[in-house]
Design a protein around this ligand. Structure first.
Ligand code: MG
Length: 261
């Protein structure tokens, strides 16, 4: 790929710019080089359990100060889609308090007690209760439009362990209702469209950088957007060989991109 053409980078977070709470030592020099060469950078997280503000704060703690528009999050892809395609429809959101607050911040019509939703949305609900699960299954079973925010099966946590993410919760609901939702985070086309719109540049001028083939790299598949797989996180070269989804280029880490700019 031709780095001269790239005007902006859309970066995954865990495994790409940091691991857990440890920023990679090459991340700040990379971001500096991006800025110094007149380019822009954005972050995109699929994690729908936290608010955009929580991520902006986390980045600030790590020494990265950004404008809100530079922090893209899967829940905003969902909200934007609902605003454009289902204005005014009543929503039941199975999610954390932070996710519900994010929906309220955009004046999304969440149902109140006793109301029936037109649309059921599930997020990565780390505060999931059996009661919430039953209510969600009820409306899904009775035919509400049904969407999921991020399709990840697991979310990595400290110590190399994993916790079940939104995709796994969708599987549980599928076992009960027979329905599986359409998803909106990476690697959906909705996310790619959202990235192209937000960055405001041509698809071929965007490079999406991430450590996971089936989300970060797959989102750019069959489009003119470039994808860079970094080997600082989950995927290995062996995974690339076996994968039907191929990145535009594979590099050890962001440090290699810094040298190419
Ligand atoms: Mg990652």
């Amino acid at each position: 790929m031709d780095f001269k053409k790239i005007k902006c980078f859309v970066l995954d977070m865990d495994g790409t710019i940091y691991l857990g709470n440890e920023l990679f030592d090459f991340t700040l020099p990379f971001l500096q080089k991006v800025t110094d060469t007149g380019r822009k950078y954005y972050f995109f997280t699929n994690n729908s359990s936290k608010s955009q503000a929580a991520y902006i704060e986390k980045l600030a703690r790590l020494g990265i100060n950004i404008e809100p528009e530079q922090m893209m999050i899967s829940s905003h892809v969902m909200i934007k889609f609902l605003q454009e395609n289902h204005p005014g429809k009543k929503l039941l959101v199975m999610g954390t308090d932070s996710l519900l607050a994010e929906f309220r911040r955009f004046d999304m019509p969440l149902i109140s007690e006793g109301e029936t939703p037109d649309i059921v949305i599930i997020g990565f609900d780390t505060q999931l209760t059996y009661e919430k699960l039953c209510k969600t299954c009820d409306y899904v079973r009775h035919g509400a439009i049904y969407y999921g925010i991020n399709p990840d099966w697991n979310c990595p946590v400290e110590g190399g362990e994993f916790i079940p993410d939104c995709g796994s919760m969708a599987k549980l609901i599928e076992a009960s209702t027979g329905r599986f939702p359409e998803f909106f985070g990476k690697p959906s086309r909705h996310t790619l469209d959202y990235i192209i719109k937000t960055t405001g540049v041509k698809p071929e001028e965007i490079a999406i950088v991430g450590d996971r083939l089936y989300t970060d790299i797959a989102v750019a598949a069959n489009s003119d957007v470039n994808s860079i797989l970094v080997l600082s996180g989950e995927s290995t070269l062996e995974d690339v060989e076996k994968s039907p989804v191929k990145p535009t280029i594979v590099l050890p880490s962001l440090a290699s991109i810094t040298e190419l700019l």
